[in-house]
Design a protein around this ligand. Structure first.
Ligand code: SAM
Length: 475
């Protein structure tokens, strides 16, 4: 039976509730009175329930879809401004004992090159990432209690934070590792991680079990209840996501919002981020053998609906998506993107290492292959501020404290100046001449938009100090 506050996966992600939701959405998708009422409710910027959002997802009326896009753009502007936060994934190890049928790291893949970074190799990887200008990483690893135990992950985090190369520093490490225990989540929290990210892959239990036939990840309940354990362990920034392409997107969308509603109902704070990865070609994985791929238009619609359904939750797009798709969905509500990503183990320090090798360690093909400078340049030309900010969690603004900032629309007095100061650091230390020129002009223009005169003055001073060589200012 459906119970948003239950701690049991099958009750807060009730299959029956999702099926009824989809039937309700089908029955009402042409009910324009209801559709309009839901859009009106979304305009209040307090979000939508999974049922309401599912009706909009089912609705095919072009005018209404356009209205949803416009609203998503407006909500994004109001809550997030024009900042886009930058990050990069760092693959630590692709040893894995699971049998995920869509992931080339699955245990039975004897063809893939298995690699695990030593601490010395991590220093090289992180130095290369710092030299590009990255300040925020998402660490990734397969699940393997022997090769990648929690102690290994903790040691890697410690190493990453300790590396100070030139003006570089990794100031926030987000973690994307398999579901684990409350005790381990506590250790991750103590290690100073930012967000704990875990993709649900699919909310459809039967499908989930087929897609994860072997290994610890087979346990649907353990995986689905991971965020509750993470929160119990003290991590209050958690990131959800489904891997679109595995199961029916409407089912996944309802499940995703139900998961967000559950976290809010039980812990008083919803997910910090939602990722929207789509299945990609990889070593022994052919995405066309899966039946549920979604078009770019449906993908964009999902992004816009996430934006209006959970206005305070950040949305992440990785380099699984091409430049063109990223351009299409950025205005609809995306707040974070990765740049210059490598999905191989050790790919940053030695990008050509696997070029002529027989086997690769890559997790999936990257569609957006541009350098970070090119991505930063492109974002600015589109009118965005690429932000390398990591201030919130370093100032203790996690969980509901961050949400309060967002809900009170204080972004322009806080995140906006932080974005400008970190962009200035990037321009000083890493940018090409052309990118620097565009960036300096952008900063001049954007400084004028800071509403609070005191904050504006302080930001002016810090921007000046950064040009003089000082670093790491934040509000
Ligand atoms: N191993 C960890 C786990 O099981 O949650 C997380 C790390 S894994 C490196 C990160 C994510 O990559 C997975 O959660 C999955 O959604 C995604 N992924 C796996 N295979 C993929 C593929 N072929 N295309 C796109 N994304 C994929």
């Amino acid at each position: 039976m459906y119970d948003v506050k239950s701690m049991k996966a099958e009750e807060f992600i009730s299959d029956e509730e999702i099926r009824e939701t989809l039937a309700y959405a089908d029955a009402n998708k042409d009910n324009m009175e209801l559709v309009d009422a839901i859009i009106e409710k979304a305009k209040e910027r307090k979000g939508l329930t999974h049922r309401e959002a599912s009706v909009l997802l089912a609705c095919e009326n072009e005018d209404r879809i356009q209205e949803i896009y416009e609203l998503a753009q407006q909500i994004k502007k109001d809550f997030y401004g024009n900042r886009i936060v930058m990050f990069a994934p760092l693959y630590l190890s692709n040893y894995c004992v699971n049998g995920c049928v869509y992931c080339p790291y699955h245990l039975k893949n004897k063809h893939i090159a298995r690699k695990k970074l030593t601490q010395e190799e991590i220093v090289k990887e992180v130095t290369a990432l710092q030299d590009m200008g990255h300040k925020r990483l998402a660490i990734e690893a397969g699940e393997d209690p022997v090769n990648n135990p929690i102690e290994y992950i903790l040691e890697c985090i410690k190493t990453i934070y300790s590396i100070k190369h030139k003006n570089g520093a990794i100031r926030r490490v987000n973690v994307n590792i398999a579901a684990t225990t409350v005790e381990n989540y506590r250790k991750l929290k103590e290690a100073g991680i930012g967000t704990y990210i875990l993709f649900q892959e699919t909310y459809h239990k039967a499908g989930y079990e087929e897609l994860h036939p072997t290994g610890p990840k087979h346990d649907y309940a353990y995986h689905t209840e991971a965020m509750d354990r993470a929160m119990e362990g003290g991590i209050d920034d958690v990131g959800l996501g489904v891997l679109f392409g595995l199961d029916k997107y409407r089912y996944e969308f309802a499940g995703l919002l139900m998961h967000a509603e559950h976290l809010e109902a039980v812990h008083g704070v919803g997910p910090h981020t939602i990722s929207v990865p789509r299945l990609k070609k990889a070593d022994d994985i052919d995405p066309t053998t899966f039946d549920n791929g979604i078009s770019d238009d449906i993908f964009a619609k999902i992004c816009a609906l996430i934006r209006i359904s959970v206005p305070y939750t950040g949305m992440i797009i990785s380099t699984r998506e091409s430049q063109a798709v990223r351009e299409k969905v950025l205005p609809l509500g995306v707040s974070q993107i990765s740049g210059a990503s490598k999905t191989s183990v050790g790919g940053y320090a030695d990008p050509d290492a696997e070029k002529n090798a027989e086997a690769t360690s890559e997790q999936f093909d990257v569609s957006d292959q541009r350098t970070l400078d090119e991505v930063v340049n492109w974002l600015m030309k589109l009118g965005y501020i690429p932000s390398f900010c990591t201030a919130c969690y370093r100032e203790g603004r996690t969980g509901d404290r961050f949400m309060t900032l967002c809900k009170n629309m204080q972004i322009l007095n806080c995140c906006h100046p932080n974005a400008l100061m970190t962009l200035k650091e990037y321009l000083e230390d890493y940018a090409s001449e052309e990118t620097r020129k565009i960036g300096m002009e952008l900063i001049e223009r954007e400084l004028e938009k800071i509403p609070n005169p005191k904050v504006k003055q302080t930001t002016y001073e810090h921007i000046h100090d950064i040009a003089e060589g000082k670093r790491d200012f934040r509000f």
